[in-house]
Ligand binder design. Structure first.
Ligand SMILES: C[S@@+](CC[C@H](N)C(=O)[O-])C[C@H]1O[C@@H](n2cnc3c(N)ncnc32)[C@H](O)[C@@H]1O
Length: 210
């Protein structure tokens, strides 16, 4: 059983999941394009992006209690009114809590790679998840994924490839992303991997209009 979270601050939503898709207007109190990050860790990317785009609405999904509390504290300190957090498992949240064409962007940075074959079914990117991603992204909705794990990269590329007419995805492998692209770390893991000089793998694209 999940350890309860502190009383609702307006940013964090630890309550029972809604039985119907989340109503963004009710949740944020205003309208705007919604971007969602899965496994946002300590929230470096989500917080920076929310500060840079006050006209957009940001949802973070993260099941680590300590992390959602950190993000919530920082969002409050920075006066960010356009962030909401759910301490939830992403596949379930996508299946049960997201309405059709309700997201304008999906971000997934350095998801757990589950390297052992017998654990591959725990990977987030599965056929069922992509069916939900297709359903919830608006046509033209952005997809941004990064991983340091070659095997998971290939797995994800193969899965997206099966949905060629639905997702337009470009794969990119970069040996020294900091040198070649001046990439500054967007997330804590990315900062660490860049410092270590590891090859990084990217899948960027969008949901097509069909
Ligand atoms: C390897 S860390 C990467 C964190 C962050 N994205 C970064 O790049 O620094 C993966 C994070 O995703 C969270 N996570 C993994 N699977 C998840 C899932 N199915 N639903 C929600 N959060 C998940 C973990 O708790 C962890 O914080």
């Amino acid at each position: 059983m999940k350890k309860p979270l502190p009383a609702d601050s307006g940013i964090l939503f630890p309550k029972d999941l809604p039985a119907e898709p989340v109503d963004w207007l009710r949740l944020f109190g205003k309208e705007g394009p919604v971007e969602l990050e899965v496994g946002c860790g300590k929230g470096r990317y989500l917080l920076e992006r929310a500060a840079d785009h006050p006209d957009r609405l940001f949802v973070g999904l993260e099941f680590a209690r300590a992390y959602v509390l950190t993000i919530e504290k920082r969002a409050r300190q920075r006066g960010l009114a356009n962030i909401r957090l759910f301490r939830e498992e992403a596949a379930r949240f996508f299946r049960d809590c997201l309405g059709d064409r309700s997201l304008h962007a999906f971000h997934l940075f350095y998801p757990d790679p589950w390297p052992k074959t017998r654990h591959h079914r725990r990977r987030l990117i599965q056929d069922e998840f992509l069916a939900d991603l297709r359903r919830v992204l608006v046509p033209g909705g952005i997809i941004q994924i990064a991983t340091d794990h070659e095997g998971y990269f290939e797995w994800m590329a193969r899965k997206f490839n099966q949905w060629k007419g639905t997702f337009l995805i470009e794969a990119d492998i970069i040996d020294s992303p900091r040198k070649r692209h001046g990439l500054k770390g967007r997330t804590n893991y990315e900062v660490r991997f860049l410092e270590e000089g590891r090859p990084l793998y990217f899948l960027n694209g969008q949901r097509t209009g069909f």
